[in-house]
Ligand binder design. Structure first.
Ligand SMILES: [Zn+2]
Length: 256
């Protein structure tokens, strides 16, 4: 309870200090938010999003989960992404992993942690897809670090595959995608992918890896060469057309 009380005391002291420095500090931020960034990070307590990026309230729209994943089946993440891209019109989407990530480590091992084992399944795939590269890394710590980086890159790919990002790019809106890894030992952010703004840029990332440059997730032929993928309004229109066609067909059969 003492630790909890300390949090309330800290809050009072922080709010007072902010107002002392700028009497309008909260007033300026209370009416609306116009963040330029969507930050997707790990839930790990050692990687506080605003602190490590040096940003103020109102500057980052944030989604965090275990091992900073972007999964299309995650309604929470998809809602955050859609709101950030389509309503807040963020200019950048940043996936931030961190060295020493417990989630990534768990996915590399065989120990069971309960429900979280299911959540970490996609990271086990990242390990499996990159088995060749990872097996060639003799040092255990370096291998662990590499999986952290590969996991961030994989999430960038997941972002490029969402109808939300595809739709935004098709409309000429350009949320740039970035992948960062935070070093818990130095406090520094490392860029592993920067300024991804198209399928071509994502493909180039995969090509770099194919050519031996250690960057990017496993190359899958044609994986991102699908600009014809229907998304958003276009997809809804196509489904509506299909339904109308089926209804017409059913009507025709009834009248025969
Ligand atoms: Zn983590």
């Amino acid at each position: 309870m003492e630790n909890f009380r300390k949090i309330i005391q800290n809050n009072r002291a922080w709010a007072a200090a902010m107002v002392e420095n700028d009497p309008e500090y909260f007033h300026k931020r209370a009416s609306k938010q116009e963040p330029h960034f969507l930050y997707i990070g790990c839930a790990d307590s050692r990687v506080p999003s605003n602190v490590v990026t040096g940003t103020e309230p109102g500057e980052l729209f944030v989604h965090r989960n275990i091992a900073n994943q972007v999964l299309p089946s995650d309604l929470n993440a998809m809602c955050v992404l859609q709101y950030a891209v389509e309503v807040l019109d963020v200019k950048h989407v940043i996936v931030t992993g961190h060295y020493g990530c417990g989630g990534v480590k768990a996915a590399m091992g065989t120990e069971s942690y309960g429900l979280v084992d299911h959540w970490l399944g996609p990271i086990r795939n990242v390990v499996r897809w990159n088995r060749g590269e990872l097996d060639a890394i003799a040092d255990e710590q370096a291998r662990f670090d590499r999986v952290v980086e590969l996991n961030v890159l994989e999430q960038i790919y997941h972002l490029t595959e969402t109808p939300i990002i595809q739709h935004a790019w098709a409309k000429g809106r350009r949320p740039l995608l970035h992948g960062l890894v935070y070093d818990i030992h130095t406090g520094l952010l490392r860029e592993v992918a920067t300024g991804i703004d198209s399928h071509e840029a994502a493909d180039a990332l995969a090509a770099r890896r194919e050519s031996g440059v250690p960057a990017g997730p496993p190359p899958v032929a044609g994986r991102f060469a699908s600009p014809s993928v229907l998304a958003g309004d276009e997809l809804a229109d196509a489904i509506a057309q299909r339904v109308l066609k089926q209804l017409d067909g059913a009507r025709g059969e009834r009248t025969r």
